[in-house]
Design a protein around this ligand. Structure first.
Ligand SMILES: Cc1ncc(COP(=O)(O)O)c(C=O)c1O
Length: 495
């Protein structure tokens, strides 16, 4: 950014010529950022507090020149970033933004609509309905589902559980839960592998951690339907009210897929709500040959999916598909006089379906992403990620020094180094492998050339390689495999 800039004017916004100049320069800056992103370390190479120590503790009294602000983005902010857009970002669930998504985000910042009512942003309200219906069709979900956008899957799933609770007809909206002697213990069921956000949602809704029961999983980390049915029976005998099951399609640790089709009859037998947390894996259903991962969802009550995870849409954008928007509305709609409009009976008001009043115009970026890549283009990219994950998994399987720790249904590989180690017991050997794998992961991450994360499976430290970035190619996957093997060699020499 080398253009000279003025200080901010006394009143009004930045002058239009200056806006134009810096706007163009920033787009160039972003294009360069992507072009040279591989020169940067994936993981921020700073210590806690480093950035704060370089920032003034008091706000500027007078406006500053834009080029000085941008210079500080380069000097201070960029080095403190962990680069999620780096093609060798393989940690957590690898995600990425995309050019059409960035343009959508830019425009929505310019429009700055608060889509709480249809009239405060007809475009946002109507585009959201249309775009989510496109995505529904691409995922092969039936037309009984209507979608609504929230920021994150944590919030989508919390709203699904709130709607399920509303359906129990215990007047919780009106009378609350505290101080009521007439309320039985309400229970939600998840697998031991479910995401912590479900537990947080249950806590937020006042159901308490006691209101959540975790069901064991099978050898492939999928919810055990028999154990689920037994748990519900036991709870009913104890006078509890089981009202909601949350199945996960694509768990966070291993991307395992709960057997939704087998869970459905249990839900139906006990008249419970079935919510499917497909935050990560739901996007994969746009690939026709992977659509089966949502088998059973034709009888679920709600499904959460995050286009911000694996559909090349900038954070944040999560979708809740729900068959009973009426219950969601009953749980959350509250319209003060100042928000009443003549058309309110004809249109959807986003604020009726959640705790937020104002809502960002998130649908715009998803609409632009879907239009730009098309269904085929999105499917091709996700298919390629799955191919790369299977390729990496095949190297792990073929090597005597490494082993797979879980099946690879999609684009996440769980594995560990398992070289021959002398030890007095299996437990001691596993302990040493844990130490070794942790050191390998930190060693790879410290190079700045790739980023991996870990989990524990059956109490064993497990490395995770997640492929989900739009720029990741076979070259990057080979590089991280080489890095892992280099670290293993180094650490073996040291031990
Ligand atoms: C299965 C699953 N559910 C929910 C979440 C939470 O997602 P969010 O950050 O959108 O709340 C995650 C995050 O990785 C996840 O993997």
């Amino acid at each position: 950014m080398e253009a000279e800039g003025k200080l901010s004017p006394v009143l009004g916004d930045m002058e239009k010529e200056e806006f134009r100049r810096f706007g163009h320069q920033l787009i160039d800056w972003i294009a360069d950022y992507f072009e040279h992103i591989e020169d940067r370390p994936v993981l921020a190479q700073i210590e806690p507090g480093d950035l704060k120590a370089q920032l003034p503790v008091v706000p500027p009294e007078k406006g500053e020149a834009m080029q000085d602000i941008i210079a500080d983005v380069n000097r201070l902010i960029v080095p403190a970033l962990t680069h999620w857009s780096h093609p060798s970002f393989f940690a957590y669930f690898a995600t990425s933004t995309s050019a059409p998504g960035i343009f959508g985000e830019l425009l929505s910042a310019a429009f700055d609509n608060k889509a709480m009512l249809w009239r405060t942003s007809p475009a946002s309200t109507e585009l959201e309905e249309v775009t989510l219906d496109w995505l529904r069709q691409m995922m092969g979900l039936d037309a009984g589902y209507s979608g609504i956008i929230y920021d994150t899957a944590s919030v989508s799933s919390m709203h699904a559980i709130a709607a399920a609770r509303e359906g129990v007809e215990l007047r919780i909206r009106e009378e609350g839960m505290s101080g009521r002697k007439d309320l039985p213990l309400l229970r939600v069921y998840i697998s031991e592998q479910a995401h912590s956000s479900i537990e947080k949602g249950v806590i937020t809704l006042g159901l308490g951690q006691k209101g959540l029961r975790k069901i064991p999983t099978d050898a492939e980390f999928r919810m055990d339907p028999r154990a689920l049915a037994e748990a519900i029976e036991e709870d009913k005998r104890n006078g509890y009210v089981p009202f909601c099951i949350v199945a996960t399609v694509g768990t966070t640790s291993t991307s395992s897929i709960d057997p939704v089709a087998e869970i459905i009859p249990i839900c139906e037998k006990y008249a419970m709500w079935l919510h499917v947390d497909a935050a990560y894996a739901g996007s994969a259903a746009v690939v026709p040959e992977l659509r089966h991962i949502l088998n059973g969802c034709e009888r679920a009550d709600s499904v959460a999916v995050n286009p911000h995870k694996w559909l090349f849409t900038p954070f944040d954008l999560s979708v809740l598909y729900c068959r009973h928007l009426d219950l969601l509305r009953r749980a959350f709609s509250l319209v003060p006089e100042y928000l009443r409009t003549p058309e309110q009976e004809q249109v959807r008001s986003g604020s009726d379906y959640g705790i937020q009043l104002g809502r960002r115009f998130r649908a715009l970026k998803l609409w632009m992403v879907i239009r730009y890549f098309g269904h085929e283009g999105l499917a091709a990219r996700i298919r390629e990620h799955c191919r790369l994950a299977k390729l990496f998994a095949s190297w792990v399987e073929e090597s005597p020094d490494w082993e797979l720790m879980a099946p690879v249904p999609l684009a996440l590989v769980c594995f560990r180094a398992r070289p021959v180690i002398e030890a007095e017991s299996e437990a001691a050997r596993n302990g040493r492998w844990d130490v070794l794998n942790e050191a390998i992961m930190h060693g790879v991450n410290a190079t700045g050339r790739a980023l991996l994360s870990h989990t524990k499976l059956n109490d064993k430290l497990t490395l995770r390689l997640s492929i989900g970035n739009i720029r990741t190619t076979e070259k990057h996957v080979r590089q991280v495999w080489d890095l892992l093997n280099e670290q293993l060699k180094l650490l073996r020499k040291d031990s």
